[in-house]
Write a protein that binds this ligand. Structure first.
Ligand code: SAM
Length: 180
């Protein structure tokens, strides 16, 4: 087991825990099995969690986590549900582990959501994006998302990528965006 070079989801949690300036409001843009929502609920006062699939939404609501509002809708519609700025936004793209692999995040809505999310992000806030490149749509997401983030003004956003150098090229990657 590696202490640092392990799982990119755990790494995203550590980065958020240590570097987000204020831990008031967070968004889990892809609820899925709820591991990120659980993490955010323990570290932020209020969490909005989105998923287009009804099942993960029902499962998470049944847990009755007081500070997590579950929204059964797409993350490109943040504006419709989130009426404040936020301090953190997490994306774990791709399909639901253990679920239907044909239902996956898509580059058009992922990109639109990231664009809107960066507007919602407070100064000192962080967005993390786990990209899974082992399936076709994931490869397209990687290309589009990196192209978009590469062109963000560096006086306003710091953007960093963490990937495994000695694993397969399709291994997952973590993108971190910090707003100045
Ligand atoms: N964060 C999750 C966790 O901690 O278990 C894992 C997320 S899983 C890799 C991706 C999830 O994104 C799936 O449950 C899928 O239904 C959801 N999803 C796909 N497209 C979406 C969209 N446009 N908006 C919100 N969620 C979406």
């Amino acid at each position: 087991m590696y202490r640092y070079v392990g799982n990119i989801s755990d790494l995203s949690h550590d980065i958020i825990k240590n570097y987000v300036l204020n831990k008031d409001v967070a968004i889990d843009a892809t609820l899925g099995n709820g591991y990120d929502a659980d993490f955010l609920s323990k570290n932020f006062s209020k969490v909005y969690a989105f998923d287009i699939q009804e099942e993960p939404c029902i499962c998470y609501r049944e847990k009755n986590v007081e500070n997590v509002e579950v929204i059964n809708d797409s993350h490109h519609l943040f504006d419709k549900y989130v009426n404040s700025n936020v301090d953190c936004i997490m994306y774990n793209l791709g399909f639901l582990p253990g679920g239907d692999k044909n239902i996956t995040t898509e580059h058009t809505t992922s990109l639109e959501s990231i664009r809107i999310g960066l507007e919602l992000l407070n100064s000192g806030g962080i967005m993390t994006i786990c990209i899974y490149r082992g399936h076709n749509e994931g490869k397209i997401e990687e290309t589009c998302i990196l192209k978009y983030l590469k062109n963000l003004p560096k006086n306003k956003y710091g953007v960093m990528v963490q990937s495994y150098l000695n694993r397969q090229e399709i291994s997952p990657m973590l993108v971190i965006v910090e707003k100045k």
